[in-house]
Design a protein around this ligand. Structure first.
Ligand code: RTP
Ligand code: MG
Length: 139
């Protein structure tokens, strides 16, 4: 059965450009309930751990640099079929390939600086949520 929670980050580019409110509005309007949320900044070590799966990729250094350059909004979201439905809502990794109306189509500027993260599996949603939040911060 598909799980009902996913983990997201509004990335430094989205926060810098003042898009927090608009993106959260779209997330809420799409039927997701916020069960944990905070403004936080990842250290280099945090980002290297969070993105360890990509450590051999050519863009890894750039990704860590980008994700640590300013605050992010981290959140856990609840909805039926949360992981898949949220990835549909955010759109393709590269905003040029993202469907009209998706969050990345509207707010991302490039494949690297793409405004928002969404977990890619129920297992990773649980791991990523626990990376950023203590149990007492989840509602
Ligand atoms: P995310 O994990 O952030 O939700 O994004 P995703 O699943 O759509 O993409 P993924 O393959 O997991 O890549 C993670 C993040 O790395 C950056 N990236 N840069 N320069 C590049 O070619 C490139 N490719 C990926 C993006 O920030 C991407 O979201
Ligand atoms: Mg990913």
């Amino acid at each position: 059965m598909a799980g009902n929670r996913t983990f997201t980050m509004l990335k430094p580019d989205a926060v810098e450009k003042g898009h927090i409110g608009a993106i959260l509005d779209q997330i809420n309007a799409s039927g997701f309930r916020i069960v944990a949320m905070k403004l936080t900044q990842m250290t280099k070590a945090d980002a290297e751990t969070f993105y360890a799966v990509h450590k051999e990729r050519p863009f890894f250094g750039e990704l860590v640099e980008f994700m640590t350059r300013g605050p992010i909004v981290a959140a856990i979201l609840e909805k039926d079929n949360a992981v898949e439905d949220f990835r549909t809502l955010i759109g393709a990794t590269n905003p040029e390939d993202a469907a009209e109306g998706t969050i990345r189509k509207k707010y991302a500027s490039s494949v690297g600086e793409n405004a928002v993260h969404g977990s890619d599996s129920d297992e990773n949603a649980a791991i990523e949520g626990a990376f950023h939040f203590a149990g007492r911060e989840m509602f």
